[in-house]
Design a protein around this ligand. Structure first.
Ligand code: GBH
Length: 516
């Protein structure tokens, strides 16, 4: 209580930095407002109760892979503290929670071994606790942690066998949890993981060509496309099982989540405008076109030729399962430059190289938005409206959820806890991005929900514990959770007791931020 009122006072002082007054009533009552997390990033308990190792458990132990040499062995120990975390969400007033299921916790050896009942039990307890508090579980089947055994046996995404394994895992989860879970995501951001896993090599299984880096095996020109092909067909397999065996009775929705940057042309040139289109095709439409239209985007087929797999008749039949919604994880905007007619310098981050697109976050030395603690991550609120409009137009306004949006703070011993708690930059980011979302909705976009990444500070992949995305601060030594200003802001927005509204005189009307 004491903390909350301190938050309120701070929030009022911070008012001038927010451009716009938002109100819960601008969104439908049925709209899902939540927070998001993923199993490897929060659970810890990496060997508890028969869990096996995931590809991330191994990858993080290899020196050099994670900036601070850390890993998710303990993470924020959500596995043991989930009740407390459900309480935090309840106090925020969210009506939904997006989390993921650890595949190696539920099926330690994939389809080659037994179901781990302790794993099923953990998620049952979590789901029941959420529902008891009126919080809808929004469940991702795979947020990157795959049993290492499947990598050892056949190379996960590079092998069609993964389709069978993923289908089996999905079936086990639908059967165990589908009576209570009405929102399913098959796979989180596969477009990013196959490029980071098989093009740049910065994520497991650490494949890339010599040109790109020092990965042992790999072929950055072909493997990302083989991996994505198996991702798309694994999604289709899981949806097929849901449609056939569960959906009629369980009455849920199933979709996929893509990572989605927005791009602006670097130069005012037709070639760079085409580069923007290619950047979107080679990243977002790459996965969504086959699922929704049964084919890869035309410009991908043209440019990649035989490096791009084709769908057999049998596979096309599988793709007819499609999806019920599109999940969009959106954080930031980049500039795209054409490399077909202009020379471009390769560096190991240029993951759109095969698309002949080069990206940068600066134009003539000026960043695309206010910088954050993460490289290439700037605050560009209009990007959310634009990416939503792109997806809406291309896919005939298929229902969409913003499954992640959030803001990173840098964390090292020079930064005090107090500074981390007073996260006015995050409040400003979130209000302006939400405002941008209301503009897209006014233009007719069928958006059904919005999830903030993240509930808690957690293990941020390659950045380890050096970046914090949480609405709640976590002391990584004691694991104590503490609300940040942004938690207070979200709570007030959700309950409509908006301090912002009452002090509204200084603010502009929503939708008045500047686009370029
Ligand atoms: C999402 O991934 C994930 O779903 C979530 O698990 C993650 O915690 C969240 O976003 C926040 O990052 O590679 O140097 O150019 C996005 C993964 C990693 C993509 C960092 C952009 C930019 C830094 N992001 N990356 S760099």
């Amino acid at each position: 209580m004491k903390r909350a009122s301190v938050g309120l006072v701070l929030l009022l002082q911070l008012m001038p930095s927010i451009n716009c007054i938002l109100d819960r009533s601008q969104f439908p009552d049925s709209f899902l407002f939540g927070t998001a997390t993923s199993s490897y990033q929060i659970e810890g308990a990496y060997l508890a109760d028969n869990k096996s190792l995931s590809i991330w458990d191994l990858f993080t132990k290899i020196p050099g892979n994670i900036r601070d040499g850390s890993n998710g062995d303990i993470a924020v120990d959500h596995y043991h503290r989930y009740m407390e975390d459900v309480e935090l969400m309840h106090s925020l007033g969210v009506n939904s929670y997006r989390f993921s299921i650890s595949w190696p916790r539920v099926l330690p050896s994939g389809r080659f071994g037994e179901i781990n009942h302790a794993g099923i039990e953990f998620y049952n307890k979590l789901i029941n606790a959420l529902i008891h508090k009126g919080i809808q579980p929004f469940v991702t089947l795979n947020h990157w942690d795959i049993p290492q055994e499947l990598e050892n046996r056949y190379g996960t995404w590079l092998n069609p066998q993964i389709q069978e394994d993923f289908g089996y895992f999905a079936d086990v989860c639908f059967r165990a949890f589908g009576d209570r879970v009405k929102y399913w995501v098959t796979i989180n951001e596969p477009n990013l993981t196959v490029l980071f896993g098989y093009f740049t090599g910065q994520y497991p299984p650490h494949h890339c060509s010599k040109l790109v880096g020092e990965c042992q095996p790999g072929d950055s020109k072909t493997e990302p496309y083989i991996a994505a092909h198996n991702v798309i067909l694994s999604h289709a397999t899981a949806v097929g099982i849901y449609r056939k065996k569960y959906q009629v009775e369980q009455k849920g929705m199933i979709g996929i989540v893509l990572n989605a940057f927005w791009y602006e042309p670097l130069r005012n040139l037709p070639a760079d405008r085409l580069a923007v289109q290619r950047a979107l095709s080679f990243y977002v439409a790459w996965i969504l076109d086959p699922i929704i239209y049964g084919e890869y985007p035309p410009e991908m087929r043209k440019l990649l030729g035989s490096s791009l797999p084709t769908f057999s008749l049998e596979e096309k039949k599988k793709l007819e399962n499609k999806l019920d919604f599109i999940g969009i994880n959106h954080y930031t905007t980049l500039y795209a430059k054409d490399c077909m007619f202009s020379p471009c310098d390769f560096d190991s981050h240029q993951w759109l190289w095969n698309a002949s697109v080069w990206f940068t976050a600066e134009r003539n030395g000026i960043p695309v938005g206010v910088p954050t603690a993460m490289p290439r991550f700037h605050v560009v609120p209009y990007g959310l409206e634009k990416i939503v409009s792109y997806v809406k137009e291309r896919y005939n306004n298929t229902p969409m959820f913003i499954t992640e949006n959030g803001y990173p703070q840098g964390s090292n011993h020079n930064v005090s806890t107090e500074d981390l708690i007073n996260d006015s930059g995050r409040v400003e980011y979130l209000s302006n991005y939400l405002d941008s979302l209301t503009v897209a909705m006014k233009h007719g976009a069928d958006i059904r929900g919005y999830f903030i990444w993240s509930l808690l500070d957690n293990f941020e992949w390659s950045f380890g514990y050096t970046l914090r995305f949480g609405l709640y601060h976590v002391d990584f030594n004691t694991l104590e959770r503490m609300p940040k200003l942004s938690a207070e802001w979200y709570k007030q927005f959700l309950t409509g007791t908006n301090a912002l509204k009452e002090k509204g005189s200084k603010s502009q009307k929503c939708g008045t931020y500047v686009t370029n």
